[in-house]
Unconditional design. Structure first.
Length: 265
């Protein structure tokens, strides 16, 4: 499939999805979201893909500036703007965010500039998030627009940095630059702007060499842990270990350990 607002490339088992709508700082227009969703559908069923890198065009520019506010206008003959946005979220935006988080392989977010609003939500949906030194995360929903953070931000922010910091970040709407994002536990690593893409691809290759089920298993386990008691989580771990230890992956891992080599999954 050909795309106009994104680029999708696949090389050596690594897919790279690049948002490319620079005039709007990669704002989440409906056409861009449709292309992202189509690309995620395309790669989700490709068994040759072992990891995904998602990023924006250009070094130090923009990962994604969030909702395309310039395209929003009420329809005098139809439902209210709020109703239109709700319908769009249910039909496209939310399924896109869920699809990204449910891919059967690890996702590396390479945040190369502003990740604002829904753009920050998309970035933080990655399993491993890296940012350039000049990149920043911004949640302007409440202080600038009087609306809630969305595309999963209210779910993921308190899980990453705790409720107190999530409240402050959302209420104050201050920029959190790469190094601060690492220090606060929002993301994994901050690197020089010029090194971001190579570091992201290198990280994706490391992840691709791991067990095929690693990312889905860990997502499920950590998500369950948020609401489970310790006893419930211990029981879940034992159940999953029963199946995973009987798998060829574990057997290869043991052989590699005994033979003092890297496993080949």
């Amino acid at each position: 499939m050909s795309y106009e607002r994104i680029h999708l490339s696949i090389e050596d088992g690594i897919a790279t999805l690049t948002l490319d709508q620079p005039k709007t700082m990669n704002a989440m227009s409906v056409p861009l979201q449709q292309e992202v969703m189509a690309a995620l559908d395309e790669i989700a069923g490709n068994s040759d893909i072992k990891a995904l890198v998602i990023t924006g065009t250009g070094t130090g520019k923009a990962f994604c500036s969030g909702a395309d506010l310039g395209s929003m206008s009420p329809d005098s003959d139809g439902p209210s703007l709020g109703t239109q946005v709700k319908n769009l979220m249910e039909e496209l935006s939310n399924p896109m965010a869920l699809k990204l988080r449910e891919l059967p392989f690890p996702v590396v977010s390479a945040v190369n500039g502003a990740a604002a609003g829904a753009g920050a939500s998309i970035a933080l949906a990655g399993d491993v998030v890296l940012a350039g030194k000049s990149a920043y995360f911004l949640f302007p929903f409440i202080p600038k627009l009087g609306i809630l953070p969305d595309l999963g931000a209210t779910w993921i922010l308190p899980r990453l940095i705790g409720r107190a910091k999530a409240m402050a970040v959302s209420l104050l709407g201050e920029r959190m630059y790469g190094e601060d994002a690492v220090r606060e536990g929002l993301i994994w690593k901050c690197v020089a702007d010029e090194d971001l893409q190579s570091e992201a691809v290198a990280t994706a290759r490391r992840l691709a060499a791991g067990p095929n089920h690693a990312a889905p298993e860990l997502r499920e386990a950590f998500d369950r842990a948020d609401t489970a008691s310790l006893a419930e989580q211990l029981s879940y771990e034992a159940e999953r270990q029963q199946e995973l230890i009987d798998s060829p992956t574990f057997q290869e891992g043991v052989r590699a350990f005994l033979e003092k080599r890297d496993p080949k999954f």
